[in-house]
Ligand binder design. Structure first.
Ligand code: TYM
Length: 330
């Protein structure tokens, strides 16, 4: 079976519609076809200042959401990144193989660092993509389901795998990004030119917020001055985004939706999509709460996941250290 690896940051607290449609939906389906490793990447979350108690809570919260969404810990290895020390260890080796300029060209780094005062931009934020490459390469991963915003990081992971292989002999599998065609980038409801993210609270549908609030955000989504419900991302980015979301959440094609809504106003589309979202998140929230109510079981799942992950990760790391020329520990 080919192997899949992906990760999500716990920083966010609640997952959002962009996470789900861009990546998590594929995490779930790929459990049927792949040997799956899914990781809550808490090491990545401290690249920006984090409150310790909040991080701990968010990490459990993230794991509970993944389980509630359908990640099956019997079939998949679900674990927390900091529980498997090999991630940080391999990251160091890969950092030493990454060019300074190469890392500086990462657009996510440029975006995030330009939004902060220079002294608040950590070195960790800069080396973040090498850690991400370590996550992926440790498991000799074939496929990495992510949204469009991670494409460049995936490209760097491939480059680092190839670079290591050609310098030290083939160890790493060169991973393929698995980015959905239609939902690679879900846009902000209030600013349909930028990606949906937690930084704009009014434009993001969060799965753990009051579902009524989500429905309201959809009803207030920015559209255009026309009346026609038509997919046209250039001229009608707001409506197109809603159609993409609607289609992905229901399995109805965009063409079908366009014809069903002929003669209807934007209000109808928004109201119905709001209902679709409410129907999806309401039972989801109940399941999340069930996992959170049993923290002992939750921690047990994560401990078992980490043990399984370590088996593979330690084997890869041992080979890497040997090839690099580190003396084996006595
Ligand atoms: P993160 O935690 O920011 O996001 C998790 C996943 O959600 C996707 N995503 C979106 N997709 C479509 N539209 C959006 N508006 C949207 N917003 C977020 C992201 O592309 C991502 O797939 N660096 C990663 C975490 C990571 C990782 C890894 C991923 C660490 N190590 C190894 C894959 C493999 C991140 O911060 O994702």
């Amino acid at each position: 079976r080919p192997r899949v690896f992906s990760g999500i940051q716990p920083t966010a607290g609640s997952f959002h519609l962009g996470n789900y449609l861009g990546a998590l939906r594929n995490w779930i389906t790929m459990q049927d076809t792949h040997d799956a490793f899914y990781c809550v990447v808490d090491l990545h979350s401290i690249t920006v200042a984090m409150d310790p108690e909040e991080l701990r809570n968010n990490t459990r919260y993230a794991a509970a959401q993944l389980l509630a969404m359908g990640i099956d810990p019997e079939r998949s290895t679900l674990f927390v990144q900091s529980h498997v020390a090999e991630h940080a260890q391999l990251s160091w080796v890969l950092e030493c193989m990454t060019g300074f300029g190469e890392a500086g060209r990462m657009t996510q780094f440029k975006d995030k660092s330009s939004r902060q005062e220079e002294e608040h931009v950590s070195v960790g934020l800069f080396t973040y993509p090498a850690l991400m490459a370590a996550d992926i390469l440790l498991y000799r991963t074939d496929a990495v389901p992510v949204g469009e915003d991670q494409r460049q990081h995936l490209e760097l992971s491939r480059t680092l795998a190839q670079r290591f292989n050609s310098r030290f002999g083939s160890i790493f599998v060169v991973p393929d990004a698995h980015i959905p065609q239609d939902t690679a980038k879900i846009f902000d409801l209030q600013a349909p030119g930028s990606k949906m993210s937690k930084s704009v609270p009014s434009g993001v549908v969060e799965f753990m917020e009051d579902p009524k609030r989500s429905a309201k955000k959809i009803r207030s989504a920015v559209t255009d001055n026309e009346r026609e419900i038509r997919y046209d991302p250039d001229d009608k980015p707001g409506i197109s985004n809603l159609l993409v979301i609607y289609s992905a959440m229901t399995g109805r094609s965009i063409a079908e939706l366009e014809s069903d809504y002929e003669g209807h106003g934007y209000g109808d589309l928004k109201k119905n999509l709001g209902e679709v979202i409410v129907d999806f998140v309401t039972p989801f929230q109940t399941r999340v709460q069930e996992y959170l109510d049993d923290p002992v079981e939750l921690d047990k799942i994560l401990r078992r996941g980490a043990e399984r992950a370590r088996t593979t990760a330690s084997e890869t790391l041992r080979t890497v250290f040997d090839r690099v020329g580190f003396l084996p520990p006595a």
